[in-house]
Design a protein around this ligand. Structure first.
Ligand SMILES: OC[C@H]1O[C@H](O[C@H]2O[C@H](CO)[C@@H](O)[C@H](O)[C@H]2O)[C@H](O)[C@@H](O)[C@@H]1O
Length: 629
């Protein structure tokens, strides 16, 4: 049985990641990339689907765990009647390494330990051939994959698993490593695990030293930033939405999707959060990734790509895995890749606008204080290489904005004229106009200004229900959608505008469950999203509600809601996509960028609100002189 979602911690090497349970079991690991087939998939099945557990042989009386400082090096302390052991878990963040590092240290007394490894390649479907290489290592091989398990403890194989039993007394430690390689390459030489763990720790600490965030809630924000960094794919600059597939949005249900890909929407907001906290090289890398990935016909821009920019991500079901707590199907790939989602144009143009403003502000040193202390801009080569792309996207949008789409929630029902999508089309036009007016870039400013105004007028006329005093999910609908909370954050209307205030009130009335926000009402007939009813509260939407409170002067309520959200984080600061208030459990993929980004943003907005100067995401992206204009 897998653990509760919130009982997992993340380790990663910015190529892939693993989930480690509180009981010392790695139940999810894909090598060598985030989206490679899992070699441990117990998360979506049981131990037979592949796992690697290191734990005391005798009953464990207590567990506590933490990351070492600002790193992704995990320490899990387990206490038994005879002593306390610490298991240190990490992945080595060096290109081409693909190594999981585990060190068992005895803190007190003496403890008998067991390591149990069930190698199962291809999402639990292949039991590989396991052979001993020497006294300290075994290799599991099947098809293209091979992993080598190395330890100083004696190993033996039986019942289709590899075991190592050993005792540790206070002061002693036993190292383990698991290294992936293509099966045609020679096995790796043994390495110094303790040194590699120290190097991993130093690598994360060095990275975090670049953080310029100086607001309140430092520990939560810093942990979220580390988590976001862990979701980046170092070789290309791509950013995955989460490290898992098919953790259910509704326990026992079918809302199970593969998130190990790079959504333009999710990646863009992740980039903004990292950039805002001073991490410019990730911003540069993502910008380059974006330019490569979307190169070609702007009307064929996809809403998501593989981490290296792959365009085909065919979705298929994995029938041999029962799914997390029998939530089936388990899916690999994501059919949303073929959807049309208008909002991504707004997200992309906004992100490129923010990056451009950051460059301009860096050039003008005096602007630093106005923008925010300590921001560093992406590489400043004096040009905006991405402007041609932006103008091409605008060329498409001039007519493309009139199309119905699948929207931010990637509905699998019919296309609609979603209000959030149109708002984001407005964002695209607005940022393009500002590129011309504020940054002096070439373009048809009058035409795009007219387009911007036309979209605004249409949304206010066709997307607003004056009887109920609220914007609606799509043109002509009576339904609500929490994505409408985005309007004030991107500058479409101020949070104090009566229509936004009315929308917030309607969402509070109709979309809140036990103090958290649902993204939209789901229905048994799947009229809008094409899926059976029922899912958890959507954490990002709940953060957006807190932002709206902060921006409209309801600072106390904003803080209260934010604290309620922070309390949902697990013991190591991680959030899934959703939370089921009835079950009191996290649901959906984990850990999720789309939850950690809003955490970082709301902390910033709230810090500024408490200092008497709340700013929306749109307010922050003004060049000097335009700040509060
Ligand atoms: O609810 C149906 C859709 O759910 C997934 O999409 C969600 O996750 C994306 C990645 O975080 C996010 O960008 C999107 O806004 C969310 O709705 C799933 O990936 C889709 O295939 C599915 O249709």
């Amino acid at each position: 049985m897998p653990s509760l979602i919130e009982d997992y911690a993340l380790i990663g090497d910015t190529h892939s990641a693993a989930l480690v349970s509180r009981n010392g079991s790695i139940d999810w690991l894909c090598l060598p990339r985030f989206d490679s087939p899992a070699c441990f998939a117990a998360l979506l099945g049981d131990d037979e689907s592949g796992h690697w557990k290191i734990a005391p042989v005798e009953p464990v009386l207590g567990v506590s765990r933490r990351y070492r400082g600002d790193t992704l090096v995990l320490e899990t302390d387990m206490t038994t009647a005879s002593g306390t052991v610490r298991i240190v878990d990490a992945m080595f963040p060096r290109a081409g390494a693909h190594v999981v590092l585990r060190l068992v240290e005895c803190l007190q007394g003496a403890v008998r330990m067991r390591s149990e490894t069930r190698f199962r390649f291809d999402y639990g479907s292949i039991v590989p051939w396991v052979r001993r290489l020497d006294e300290h290592s075994v290799a599991a091989i099947a098809g293209p994959d091979s992993v080598t398990l190395w330890t100083t403890a004696p190993m033996e194989g039986h019942d289709m698993a590899t075991y190592a039993e050993f005792s540790v007394s206070a002061g002693q430690s036993v190292p383990f490593s698991l290294t992936w390689r293509p099966s045609h390459e020679p096995a790796p030489a043994p390495q110094d695990i303790r040194r590699m763990i120290s190097q991993t720790e130093a690598w994360w600490s060095d990275w975090m030293a670049g953080c310029t965030y100086d607001g309140q809630w430092q520990p939560a924000v810093r942990r979220s930033l580390i988590t976001l960094k862990a979701l980046t794919y170092a070789p290309t600059g791509g950013i995955v939405a989460a490290v898992t597939t098919s953790l259910p949005e509704h326990i026992g249900g079918v809302r199970n999707w593969d998130y190990r890909y790079c959504w333009l929407r999710d990646a863009t907001i992740t980039l903004l959060a990292l950039l805002d906290a001073g991490f410019t090289s990730e911003a540069t890398a993502w910008r380059e990734w974006l330019l490569r990935a979307v190169a070609g016909d702007p009307s064929r821009v996809q809403i998501m790509y593989g981490v290296a920019g792959e365009r085909r991500l065919p979705e298929y079901e994995v029938p041999w895995l029962p799914g997390y707590e029998n939530s089936s199907p388990v899916r690999v790939g994501n059919a949303a890749v073929d959807q049309f989602q208008l909002d991504v144009y707004g997200e992309v143009l906004d992100a490129l606008h923010v990056a451009r403003v950051a460059v301009a502000n860096r050039r003008n040193g005096a602007a630093r204080d106005l923008f925010h202390a300590g921001i560093h801009a992406p590489e400043d080569n004096g040009r905006d290489d991405s402007w041609p792309l932006q103008t091409k996207l605008m060329d498409f949008l001039e007519t493309g904005w009139r199309k119905s789409d699948e929207g931010i929630w990637e509905v699998r029902g019919p296309r609609r004229h979603f209000v959030h999508s149109k708002v984001m089309a407005w964002v695209a036009a607005d940022r393009a106009v500002r590129g011309i007016v504020e940054s002096g870039l070439p373009g048809p400013v009058e035409r795009w200004s007219a387009l911007r105004d036309e979209i605004h007028r249409e949304v206010c006329a066709r997307g607003f229900d004056s009887e109920r005093n609220t914007f609606t999910q799509y043109y002509g609908s009576k339904e609500l959608d929490a994505a409408l909370l985005y309007m004030s954050l991107v500058g479409f209307l101020p949070a104090t505008d009566p229509r936004v205030v009315g929308t917030v009130a309607a969402i509070e009335r109709e979309l809140m469950e036990d103090g958290f926000v649902l993204r939209y009402p789901t229905a048994e007939d799947g009229a809008v999203d094409g899926l059976p009813a029922g899912e958890g509260a959507f954490l990002a939407c709940t953060f957006w509600l807190a932002d709206n409170y902060a921006l409209s002067g309801r600072v106390h309520e904003a803080q209260e809601l934010f604290e309620r959200l922070l309390a949902l984080r697990n013991d190591v600061g991680l959030l899934a996509e959703e939370y089921d208030p009835k079950l009191g459990r996290m649901t959906g993929n984990f850990p999720q960028a789309f939850s950690h980004v809003p955490l970082v943003n709301t902390a910033r907005t709230l810090t500024e609100a408490l200092r008497g100067r709340p700013r929306s995401r749109a307010d922050r992206a003004h060049p000097p002189g335009h700040f509060f204009g």
